[in-house]
Design a protein around this ligand. Structure first.
Ligand SMILES: Nc1ncnc2c1ncn2[C@@H]1O[C@H](COP(=O)(O)OP(=O)(O)OP(=O)(O)O)[C@@H](O)[C@H]1O
Ligand SMILES: [Mg+2]
Length: 182
């Protein structure tokens, strides 16, 4: 998170800090929900504690479905429910604990910081639905945008990574997904 950096900006009265470059790859199709689950499993194999993934896309685009498959790939037997009303759900898994958040109802970034999730974000893998509104708050972050298509069951996926670690990891994730796709 960039909170400390932001207060530093205010103290130093600088206009902005350099933002980590964004690696954005061409969109590709997830033809079925099983494809979405395979992509989630590919991320689960590479992400670790402290990694944050921002999920965007309209209503019913498949954000929660992605997190459900991600949690299952981490070895979680319990079902993932949507955090629409709870805002944040925390899960133990057999590997890395998971934070699942829905930022839909956050009105501004200050409300996110008011949740006091700093420690949780450091010790868990975090999946944030409607996370696009928080993109500027992370130096290191994975992003996935899912869009409905006119083909029922198919979604258009756009993946990106901000920060050197995320960018170094993304190719391995996509390679794993490609190898798992029939
Ligand atoms: N390729 C696909 N990937 C993901 N979900 C799919 C796909 N095809 C169909 N679906 C269906 O689309 C729905 C996605 O619902 P989901 O709750 O995951 O969306 P969401 O993006 O989390 O919505 P919300 O904005 O309400 O949180 C599910 O019913 C799922 O079965
Ligand atoms: Mg959802």
């Amino acid at each position: 998170m960039k909170r400390e950096a932001k207060s530093l900006v205010m103290v130093c009265n600088m206009s902005s800090l350099p933002t980590a470059a964004l690696l954005k790859l061409p969109a590709f199709s997830l033809k079925t929900e099983a494809d979405t689950a395979r992509l989630a499993a590919a991320y689960a194999a590479q992400l670790g504690a402290g990694d944050v993934m921002l999920l965007s896309g309209g209503l019913a685009a498949g954000k929660t479905s992605f997190v459900r498959a991600f949690a299952a790939a981490l070895g979680m037997s319990e079902g993932v429910s949507s955090p629409t009303y709870t805002l944040v759900n925390l899960y133990p898994t057999s590997t890395v604990p998971l934070l699942h958040m829905d930022a839909y109802r956050l009105e501004n970034v200050a409300e996110f910081y008011d949740l006091g999730l700093e420690d949780e974000l450091e010790t868990r893998i975090s999946m944030i639905e409607w996370g696009g509104k928080l993109a500027a708050e992370f130096d290191e972050v994975f992003e996935l945008d899912l869009q409905m298509t006119n083909q029922s069951g198919a979604r258009l996926a756009t993946v990106s990574a901000r920060g050197p670690r995320a960018q170094a990891t993304l190719p391995a994730i996509l390679e794993r997904f490609r190898r798992a796709t029939p």
